[in-house]
Design a protein around this ligand. Structure first.
Ligand code: COS
Length: 382
């Protein structure tokens, strides 16, 4: 067993860290304040070749492994969690499923554009009445000649305002909870497809989340992703990959809050000494460091397993459950260490705190993560 990152992973960390510190750091507070995604980020991320991190080079991707993807998300999120989310969703539940289950024609049609950042991807399953209960989606895909006709609406679509390719969860002909789930590729300029206004969110404000409405949208049958009526399993597998990315994002946020806390507590003098010399503070730092380390091990373990062609649903759920909780706790403690300064918008601490909370909610709440872990254990995967 080797706990050291390989040289190639260290290189990814160094280069993404330096990119994030130079390019994203000045934009992160502005995007948060103005609740605006900065389009130039798309080009900058393209220059780093991070839109198709695990996609093979023949489709324009970087052809790196999943651990490299996780390190990239962690490093981007350490500086700008909103951008980490944009890149994570585009890669793990956009480009990757197209590569895994798309046919050659679909790969040729979409992957180059996605891997180059010419087009941004979104995944759209959640609906007003279908959140944790993923089987209760109602968006209909009815067959009509060479097309499916889509009707329904989706909410909380990450990347909604910037994506032009959406993987959409639909019901093929029926709303029977046991069958019919089908993933279709919808392009934003298809007639009848409307993108709703941006949501006003507590955190992750630099990622534009919207609704998506389908009013008799004719989607050609060749846009079905993978097998018809196999969409539920695809969605669950996509979320397994996606959740490790969210955990990496939580890790990046926690790391940032922790680093700020160490620095601040060494420089802040109260009662004639740095506050780091009070156990009330230094013990907090010790807890933070330990939790972050444990979360990182879980994240990399899940990433490693995903590459071994083994089932990794339990490990993905565990790392998301744990890392998102750690991010919430660490950012909360960081705010406490920074006192009044932490509560002010001049420092990034309160942004980390708001951003961290989202990780316990999207791509499956912490309660759903526990359900998945418990189901696996009780089925014998102890
Ligand atoms: N990989 C592959 N297949 C999976 C799977 C996975 N990770 N998870 C479940 N499946 C399969 C099961 O094997 C089962 O197959 P069979 O019907 O052939 O037996 C099928 O999918 C149904 O599984 P299950 O009965 O566990 O599904 P449930 O309806 O009980 O739902 C949960 C399970 C709660 C885990 C699911 O609804 C879920 O993940 N909810 C959260 C949704 C979410 O994360 N939403 C936010 C973002 S989406 S934009």
């Amino acid at each position: 067993m080797n706990f050291e990152l390989e040289e190639k992973h260290k290189l990814v960390r160094r280069s993404v860290r330096s990119f994030a510190e130079k390019v994203l750091a000045p934009l992160a507070p502005i995007m948060d304040r103005e609740e605006e995604f900065y389009p130039e980020i798309i080009k900058e991320i393209s220059m780093m070749n991070l839109w198709g991190i695990t996609i093979p080079e023949r489709y324009g991707g970087a052809e790196l492994d999943f651990i490299s993807y996780l390190i990239s998300i962690e490093e981007i999120s350490r500086i700008c969690a909103s951008t980490g989310l944009t890149v994570s969703v585009h890669n793990a539940v956009g480009a990757l499923p197209l590569y895994k289950w798309g046919n050659e024609e679909q790969k040729e049609r979409f992957l180059n554009d996605l891997a180059s950042g010419k087009k941004i991807a979104g995944f759209s399953w959640t609906e007003p009445n279908a959140g944790s209960d993923a089987r209760s989606i109602e968006c209909m895909a009815e067959e009509d000649g060479k097309d499916f006709v889509l009707n329904g609406s989706k909410i909380f679509v990450t990347n909604g305002a910037i994506a032009s390719v959406f993987l959409v969860g639909t019901r093929y002909q029926t709303i029977d909870r046991q069958k019919g789930f089908t993933l279709v590729i919808v392009e934003k300029d298809m007639v009848g497809c409307e993108i709703g206004p941006k949501e006003n969110k507590m955190g992750m404000r630099g990622n534009p989340t919207t609704s998506l409405y389908f009013n008799n949208v004719r989607v050609p049958k060749e846009n079905v992703l993978g097998k018809l009526q196999n969409g539920f399993k695809y969605a669950m597998q996509m979320l397994d990959f996606g959740r490790i990315g969210i955990a990496a994002q939580a890790l990046g946020i926690a790391q940032a809050a922790y680093e700020h806390s160490v620095k601040y507590s060494k420089g802040r003098i109260q009662f004639n000494k740095p506050i780091s010399q009070f156990q009330g503070v230094s013990f907090k730092l010790a807890e933070m460091a330990t939790k972050i380390d444990a979360a990182r091990l879980l994240v990399y373990r899940a990433g490693y397993m995903s590459e071994q062609n083994k089932s990794f649903s339990k490990e993905a759920a565990m790392c998301k459950l744990f890392a998102s909780k750690v991010a919430r706790q660490v950012t909360q403690e960081a705010l406490q260490i920074h006192g009044g300064y932490g509560y002010m918008k001049d420092l990034p601490i309160e942004r980390y705190y708001r951003d961290a909370k989202a990780c316990e909610i999207y791509e499956g709440t912490s309660e759903i993560m526990k359900l998945i872990i418990a189901n696996q254990i009780l089925r014998g995967n102890i």
